[in-house]
Design a binder for this molecule. Structure first.
Ligand SMILES: *Cc1c(COP(=O)(O)O)cnc(C)c1O
Length: 381
């Protein structure tokens, strides 16, 4: 992970880049690993097209950088959650690729979506009418995906609404229906009966809609096998190195490394109270290191509770503070860890999924929570 590119891509709240020297922590994002993960998913898909899901700023890793890397692998369809994300992504990657807005367009925002060349994911009859009207205003058949709710009860047209439209294809006049899509609720549990139920419901619903390509699988859905692949897969998590097959070894490459700087080291005597609330007292003399990294950086107070240095586990002691965490470094030889040294929070010693497991959460939440005050280093571009 060297030959850094785009080293200035991190932004403070005021928009300036964060230098490595000024930052408390360094987030390294391996774009070549993201590309390899895309190739591995493509191999699974055996010729079925594969989009890239880059919502939530590319699961916290930078939507523009991730999309640009995927484009070098031939990916030319992207999904974001929000219109605002689509507008930003369009600026970052230019006019070529298709960008779909998964959550649908808020009423009245259709013109902004058209101006940025974005495609609506239509989740309701009202959204359908608004998109048709927007197309009428600009004299174009605007492209869209129709999302149906096959059983997750989150987004998409409900079955009765689809049934009501069946046979009245005039409601789709003026819209270029490119995909009919739906989303799986339990794809990461391959034996969950909801998967086949959703696939059956998807088949039934799409037969009532205008003929179009179909899309059902997220990352884990790809691993459910060809019946779930249809014409377009929509992976996110697996691209970023999160295990799409949680019951089995991770078939993806790790993508992120997160390291925090040691701000200070100290020794304390037995009985010393450690951190806010003195929730921990030293049971003997201890060597401590305080790192410049805390819950303001997205490390939830309940997240994985150790950092690593050259293979040695350094447990957190006491509470996670906003900007700092106290580590027990007594397992290291005295003087080994010094101010300015880096300890690892995510990387070879502790995967995103490991960190999530300790916290009783999922890798998605670990990545999407990552803060904005890191020095971001993109490698393998
Ligand atoms: C987030 C999302 C995806 C990607 O899911 P992963 O599990 O991250 O692969 C695909 N489709 C829809 C509708 C989504 O909301």
């Amino acid at each position: 992970m060297n030959d850094a590119v785009n080293g200035d891509a991190s932004k403070t709240a005021t928009g300036g880049p964060i230098s490595e020297a000024a930052a408390g922590a360094i987030l390294t994002i391996d774009l070549s690993a993201i590309r390899e993960n895309y190739r591995r998913l493509n191999a699974r898909l055996g010729g079925v097209r594969c989009a890239g899901v880059v919502k939530a700023d590319g699961y916290g890793l930078g939507a523009g950088q991730v999309a640009s890397a995927l484009m070098k692998e031939g990916c030319d369809i992207f999904f974001v959650a929000l219109l605002a994300e689509g507008i930003a992504l369009r600026k970052a990657i230019g006019t070529g690729p298709e960008i779909y807005v998964l959550n649908g367009l808020p009423p009245g925002s259709e013109g902004e979506a058209v101006a940025s060349g974005l495609r609506a994911v239509i989740n309701s009859g009202a959204q359908l009418r608004a998109w048709r009207a927007a197309g009428h205003r600009v004299g174009q058949r605007l492209p869209a995906a129709i999302q149906v709710d096959s059983g997750m009860s989150r987004l998409g047209m409900a079955p009765p609404d689809v049934e009501a439209m069946a046979g009245d294809t005039a409601v789709f006049d003026g819209i270029g229906v490119r995909y009919v899509m739906s989303h799986l609720a339990c794809a990461d549990e391959p034996h969950h009966p909801a998967n086949e139920q959703q696939r059956g419901a998807f088949e039934r619903l799409r037969a009532m809609l205008p003929g179009a390509l179909a899309s059902l699988a997220n990352s884990s859905g790809i691993f459910l096998g060809p019946p779930y692949h249809y014409d377009l897969a929509r992976p996110g998590a697996a691209l970023y190195g999160i295990n799409p097959t949680p019951a089995e070894p991770n078939p993806m490459l790790p993508v992120v490394r997160l390291q925090a700087k040691v701000a200070q080291t100290r020794g304390v005597e037995k009985g010393a109270g450690i951190g806010y609330g003195h929730t921990y007292h030293a049971e003997g003399p201890l060597s401590l290191a305080t790192i410049s990294f805390g819950y303001a950086d997205g490390w939830l107070r309940r997240s994985a509770s150790a950092a690593w240095f050259e293979g040695t586990r350094l447990p957190f002691l006491g509470r996670v503070s906003m900007d700092s965490i106290i580590l027990d470094i007594s397992a290291l030889p005295p003087g080994k860890l010094r101010e300015g040294d880096l300890v690892e929070l995510l990387g070879p010693s502790q995967s995103v999924d490991d960190a999530a497991g300790h916290a009783g959460t999922i890798g998605y939440e670990i990545l999407a929570s990552l803060g904005t005050r890191f020095h971001r280093r993109y490698v393998g571009g």
